[in-house]
Design a protein around this ligand. Structure first.
Ligand SMILES: NC(=O)c1ccc[n+]([C@@H]2O[C@H](COP(=O)([O-])OP(=O)(O)OC[C@H]3O[C@@H](n4cnc5c(N)ncnc54)[C@H](OP(=O)(O)O)[C@@H]3O)[C@@H](O)[C@H]2O)c1
Length: 323
């Protein structure tokens, strides 16, 4: 089958470790199901893997990709929860001791077929296209958990979304809008700021710029480049919910600001299967839909990865993996 595979770790030139070509069919461990992938989404995670962050070189070659929607052998339309754990029935799979994400230990979704445990299959609502459904398992689920679970936000609360053009960030704006939050968004790029307004942000700012008012929660995926701005933007007692650090993971902690203003720093990673099911219901009932930057054929995966690496993206990049 055709697949996009990590064959080498290359911290400075991630695409040099990417191979797009023929791979053996997935071998499904006992009880796992094979899904014919119709659409798969790219995430920054795929670039981190090629750079060797979170991917053990001993597991190479490994098919990349966390997210997909497709059809099971017996014809069910599904999306795939990307979190794999042996802890069957765990209350929160993201906290399981053997937690991993597809493409870290097991072959991922950037392929014509992928094998997953049956509990990772979630029914795809007919209202969502395969491309829309494929956006949900990482970026949209992460944004959902940051906003409503770890961030505890409710309608009318104020949130700042950093790195507004990114996959998680656009997801956060779309979901926050559907939930009736007051949204501020920050991006380096004037065009992306304009598009964030179009998605429902009340106001947009450039990095470091003062907001019209302080916020209850900041959603951080950029890290070092925006950390100080995030802390300054918070109301006393507010929280930075952080799930990523694209620009660097070691900003000055600014402990004085943290204790004096009684701020909280809250980590967040992926989401549970139950949260993914709730997210699909939220999209169906609110009419909100994922923001799709572009859809490329699986055979052009290298161009898709290059587009993500270049960063000139607004929303999700998808791979069309065939019928
Ligand atoms: N913990 C989890 O479960 C989880 C889940 C998903 C993602 N993540 C992490 O979250 C991060 C974002 O993921 P993603 O898939 O949304 O990535 P993405 O689509 O590539 O978006 C990254 C965004 O970050 C901003 N950015 C990047 N470098 C920056 C810099 N130096 N200064 C300011 N802004 C910068 C850009 O926004 P602008 O151009 O608009 O400024 C860019 O659009 C990644 O590090 C990823 O690994 C973690």
């Amino acid at each position: 089958m055709l697949a996009a595979t990590a064959v080498r770790i290359a911290p400075d030139d991630p695409l040099s470790g990417l191979e797009v070509g023929e791979r053996p069919e997935p071998s499904a461990p006992d009880g796992w199901e094979v899904v014919r992938v119709r659409a798969a989404a790219l995430n920054h995670h795929d670039l981190w893997s090629l750079r060797g962050v979170g991917l053990d070189p001993g597991r190479l070659p490994i098919v990349l990709g966390c997210d997909a929607a497709g059809v099971t052998v017996d014809g069910r339309e599904v999306l795939i929860h990307a979190v794999v754990t042996s802890e069957v029935g765990a209350a929160d799979e993201t906290m399981a001791a053997d937690f991993s994400i597809l493409s870290e230990r097991y072959d991922g979704t950037h392929a014509e077929r992928v094998a997953v445990p049956p509990r990772n299959l979630v029914p795809k609502p007919a209202e969502l296209s395969f491309a829309e459904a494929a956006c949900l398992p990482t970026a949209y689920l992460t944004a959902y958990r940051m906003l409503f679970v770890r961030g505890g936000l409710r309608p009318g609360d104020r949130v700042l979304v950093q790195g507004a053009g990114g996959g998680v960030a656009t997801a956060a704006i779309v979901l926050a809008r559907a939930a009736g939050l007051r949204i501020y968004a920050c991006s380096r790029d004037a065009g992306k700021r304009e598009r964030a307004l179009g998605l429902g942000a009340r106001a947009v700012v450039a990095p470091g710029e003062r907001l019209p008012e302080r916020v209850d929660v900041v959603l951080e995926t950029v890290g070092q480049a925006t950390w100080a701005h995030s802390l300054r933007a918070l109301e006393p007692g507010g929280a930075v919910v952080v799930s990523g650090a694209t620009s660097g993971a070691d900003p000055p902690a600014e402990l004085r600001r943290v204790f004096y203003r009684q701020l909280r720093v809250v980590g967040s990673t992926m989401g549970t299967r139950a949260e993914l099911v709730a997210l699909t219901r939220m999209l169906v009932d609110s009419g909100a839909r994922p923001v799709i930057d572009s859809v490329l054929p699986l055979a052009d995966a290298r161009a898709a990865y290059a587009r993500l690496e270049h960063g000139d993206v607004f929303g999700k990049i998808l791979l069309d993996c065939g019928e």
